[in-house]
Design a protein around this ligand. Structure first.
Ligand SMILES: O=C(O)CCC(=O)C(=O)O
Ligand SMILES: [Fe+2]
Length: 342
């Protein structure tokens, strides 16, 4: 994560958006924002039909709201209070946890900042790996983080099972899916994001458009304050639109990342998303990312590949893919795509 400079601009007491944080209108308004018509699926994941609903949502949207997700409301509340305590600390205390020595964990700008010439209206704590996490944040604010990790991993396991069923895979085929079956091998990370109120939200962006690299992201966001938007690609008859993913009571947001897109041979859609800011609410979000262990090559599941045309993507490990993203950012997924055969 890029570290913050000494001349760090204090977002929390800003009266204007400085040039360093002012984005061009053509970037911010690259696509229209959808009206009320577009609705993101809300899925009760304990429903007997949950697998087909989750599969359908991941194919057509790449994102859905999950209810009956099993994460206690109290735990989510504690995560949010913990994040608020961390973000409210003086800058020099937060900077003490800035990532060092190749570690990803700690305080700083959003990890995707390096790809953009302008700064975003947010800051975050990346918590990659349980030990790092404990070391980083327990210095600053006490919190029983392990129960959160455990609960999120359990939820990810339920979601993976639903995806596997929706793909119609049997036991043997499931064996190919590695961490989807053997969850203890999976790698995971948490990203706490803080979006301070913004005096000129029409000139700033909380988090610029991107896809997530892992298999799945599960996101908790503050009640009330919206900000997350997903890009809804339309068929040829309609153009793409940004759709608000407003907070809904008792719901977590689940979205597909690039590696699940590859694993599913393009069936599940890695969805582009961004976070906008507003004048009134200081928004907090907590994203849980789950992906394969570092050594595992992720390629398309054989059963999902059309044998005449072959797999759509070449296999990559998560670290390899992150390296490609560092060079190519949003062209990374296309760059591991095989050319179409005629
Ligand atoms: O805060 C949000 O709503 C989005 C966060 C996000 O996209 C991320 O952390 O990758
Ligand atoms: Fe994201």
């Amino acid at each position: 994560m890029p570290s913050l400079s000494k001349e760090h601009f204090d977002l929390y007491s800003a009266f204007h958006v400085p040039e360093t944080h002012a984005w061009s209108s053509s970037h911010l308004h690259d696509h229209p924002i959808a009206g009320d018509g577009a609705t993101i699926p809300v899925i009760d994941i304990s429903d007997p039909d949950a697998a087909s609903m989750v599969g359908g949502a991941c194919r057509s949207w790449g994102v859905f709201y999950a209810t009956s997700h099993g994460i206690p409301a109290d735990l989510l509340h504690q995560v949010e209070s913990h994040a608020r305590r961390l973000f409210s600390l003086p800058l020099h205390r937060k900077l003490q946890t800035a990532p060092r020595d190749g570690s990803l964990s700690g305080y700083g700008r959003p990890p995707i900042s390096a790809f953009f010439p302008k700064l975003m209206w947010s800051e975050g704590f990346t918590l990659a790996g349980h030990d790092d996490h404990l070391a980083v944040t327990s210095q600053l604010s006490p919190f029983d983080s392990l129960s959160f990790w455990k609960e999120m991993k359990k939820l990810a396991g339920r979601l993976f099972r639903l995806l596997i069923i929706s793909l119609g895979l049997d036991e043997e085929e499931m064996g190919q899916v590695g961490p989807l079956k053997e969850l203890s091998q999976a790698a995971d990370a948490i990203q706490l994001n803080s979006y301070p109120t913004c005096p000129e939200p029409e000139r700033a962006i909380g988090m610029a458009a991107h896809t997530d690299s892992a298999f799945l992201t599960v996101l908790h966001q503050t009640d009330g304050a919206g900000g997350l938007q997903v890009l809804r690609d339309q068929d040829e008859s309609e153009s793409a639109r940004w759709v608000d993913v407003l907070p809904r009571p008792d719901c977590l947001v689940v979205n597909v990342g690039d590696l699940l897109h590859i694993l599913s041979n393009g069936r599940f859609k890695s969805v582009r998303h961004r976070a906008v800011v507003n004048r009134a609410d200081h928004r907090i979000s907590a994203a849980y990312f789950i992906g394969p262990p570092a050594h595992m090559k992720v390629g398309s599941i054989t059963k999902l590949v059309d044998m005449r045309t072959g797999p759509m993507y070449r296999p990559v490990t998560w670290p390899e893919y992150l390296g490609i993203r560092t060079r190519l950012f949003d062209k990374a997924l296309d760059s591991v795509k095989f050319q179409e055969k005629n």
